[in-house]
Write a protein that binds this ligand. Structure first.
Ligand SMILES: [Zn+2]
Length: 577
């Protein structure tokens, strides 16, 4: 558990505008910032970010939250991951990291700094190298796309980074993977005479580089080694730049090389990412399925491409989610995505994508390719080969449909196949209880709630046992409870974060949408005082009318109470004037 006060401090030091603007460019609009919503398709911007209140709200689809919520929704990060990302950017150390290894946290920060300086250096060098510029131009890349991906150039020579880092012998350069130390103890630059592709993680930090030769040298691609920052099996090249386009397109394309990603972006296919010299891992698949509903793997048509595709399929099976689609696109043998899109254009490429082979089709095609289903041996081999694959699938519907198909191909019943694989029948899904009809909410509470969203600490003025009708009343009561438990300062953002995902989340979200356009000169205190008076007046009137209904049957105590209320009401009315 991350302590509440850590989150409060984090949100008070974070600037949500900066966090979102890096991923979804924002435009100033009055007191707020706007963009076309990354969570739904729209042509006119209704996605609004408030710098003073530190939250975002979309008037089109209702998406809302704080900087933490944004990273979770937009970049598909987990809760702790999102907090870690923001913490790193404002230089706070995650609480659970404090105890075991502060040295490691410091090292991470210094490595990020080193990588950033190296990236700047390589970018400058590209500008000074006609050779490298010509190479990129010959591949049809414009300066704009090169800048978007931060492309650079590592010049020829053994110790160029000497100009950037001193001392060059610092062990941190080796730890960052930029410098190699040979057996004789000599140090030299890892990347020499290569076009440099910075590898950026989802936090937006440069964590590694891919370097590509300009001529026919070997190896064609050279990657940073695994470092404290860079784990190949977790990262995807281009994901940081592609996230927005993946959201918009509702799909992501996984290709094999950096140059493919950049070339596709040049041709308007901006939702592509590449694995980093490793097979597609389950971690990759999971990450991508959190961002969109369709993942298409695009591999070269050659033997290694086929092998890579099958590995991707095996690693995708346990991650499958019903309703999400995974497809495979095999290009003609002589092509990769870069050459294909340059030769045939964007439309032809996207047409190929539309017709990619679904995972189930690819799986069945491969399973039946080398077996003769007319023979018992062939059918038996099919059942045996299919078992580890089918039992790896946890998505119930997908698993069921594939089992049916394999059973049919093998000439057995579905029940027989399941008995063979020892699969237990799927329990019937529990029926959800029908939602209770919502009660109409008194508008006084709604106004009060808006005031509290603007200035949560006003809730301290409310009685500790506050209770009100409807969803708004319950949300306000929860807010009062929360504030009374923690004596700390609070903010709108901290409050939203606290109630996100709870029963009260949607109620606060609604109020957020209302207040985001309230200007800073809005007299919140006057509004609050007014509404508190009105609420009190309503309560008095209700109680009085109940007493009055008794008429002569009122006892002495009730009569006294009635007079007290009458007096209070008179005073309240006088204050309002
Ligand atoms: Zn939206």
């Amino acid at each position: 558990m991350i302590p509440q006060d850590f989150i409060q401090t984090l949100l008070s030091r974070t600037d949500i505008v900066e966090v979102i603007d890096r991923r979804v460019p924002l435009k100033k609009s009055g007191a707020n910032y706007q963009a076309c919503c990354p969570f739904h398709n729209e042509k006119t911007p209704s996605f609004t970010v408030s710098p003073t209140k530190q939250f975002y709200h979309c008037f089109g689809c209702g998406a809302h939250g704080t900087a933490i919520g944004f990273l979770m929704e937009f970049a598909g990060l987990g809760y702790v991951e999102a907090i870690g990302t923001l913490a790193e950017q404002v230089g706070m150390v995650m609480p659970e990291m404090t105890a075991p290894n502060p040295a490691q946290a410091r090292q991470t920060t210094s490595l990020i700094d080193i990588m950033q300086r190296a990236e700047q250096y390589y970018r400058q060098q590209l500008k000074a190298s006609p050779k490298a510029i010509d190479y990129l131009k010959a591949r049809g890349l414009t300066g704009e796309v090169a800048a978007r991906f931060g492309l650079g150039y590592a010049p020829d020579g053994w110790r160029n980074l000497d100009q950037v880092f001193s001392p060059y012998g610092d062990a941190a350069l080796e730890a960052a993977g930029l410098v190699i130390v040979n057996d004789a103890g000599q140090q030299y630059d890892r990347f020499r005479d290569r076009v440099m592709f910075p590898i950026i993680n989802q936090k937006g930090d440069v964590i590694g580089f891919g370097g590509r030769v300009l001529d026919g040298g070997e190896p064609k691609y050279l990657n940073s080694p695994e470092t404290a920052l860079f784990q190949k099996g977790h990262e995807l090249y281009g994901l940081f730049q592609a996230t927005r386009a993946i959201r918009d397109a509702g799909r992501v394309l996984v290709v094999e090389g950096y140059m493919d990603v950049v070339a596709l972006a040049q041709h308007g296919v901006e939702y592509a990412v590449a694995t980093l010299g490793t097979a597609t891992t389950p971690f990759h698949v999971q990450k991508l399925l959190r961002l969109c509903d369709q993942v298409v793997f695009c591999f070269d048509g050659d033997k290694p491409g086929q092998k890579a595709a099958w590995r991707a399929l095996e690693n995708a099976l346990p991650q499958l989610v019903d309703g999400k689609r995974i497809g495979f696109l095999f290009l003609p043998e002589e092509h990769d995505p870069d050459t294909y899109i340059r030769e045939f254009g964007t439309e032809a490429f996207e047409h190929e994508l539309e017709n990619s082979l679904p995972l189930s089709g690819y799986l069945l095609r491969e399973l039946t390719a080398d077996v003769d289903l007319r023979t018992q041996e062939g059918r038996s081999a099919l059942l045996k080969n299919a078992q580890p694959l089918l039992t790896a699938i946890t998505a119930p519907t997908t698993a069921l449909l594939l089992r049916k198909e394999v059973a049919a191909l093998a000439g057995v019943t579905q029940a027989e196949l399941e008995a063979l694989y020892v699969i237990k029948p799927i329990a019937a899904p529990q029926r959800q209880a029908p939602q209770k009809a919502k009660r109409a909410v008194p508008s006084g509470l709604r106004i009060l709630l808006r005031c509290l969203v603007m200035k949560p600490e006003l809730a301290r003025e409310l009685p500790r046992d506050f209770h009100g009708e409807g969803n708004e009343g319950a949300a306000i009561a929860a807010l009062v409870d929360w504030l009374n438990e923690s004596a700390d300062e609070t903010s709108t953002a901290a409050m939203i974060q606290h109630f996100q995902g709870t029963l009260h989340g949607p109620v606060f979200a609604n109020a957020q949408g209302e207040v985001i356009h309230w200007g800073e000169d809005f007299d919140i205190l006057a509004e609050f005082t007014g509404i508190m008076r009105k609420i009190r007046r309503d309560a008095i009137e209700t109680e009085m009318s109940m007493l009055q209904a008794k008429g002569l049957a009122m006892n002495e105590l009730e009569r006294v109470r009635h007079d007290e209320l009458k007096e209070e009401l008179k005073q309240l009315r006088a204050q309002v004037g």
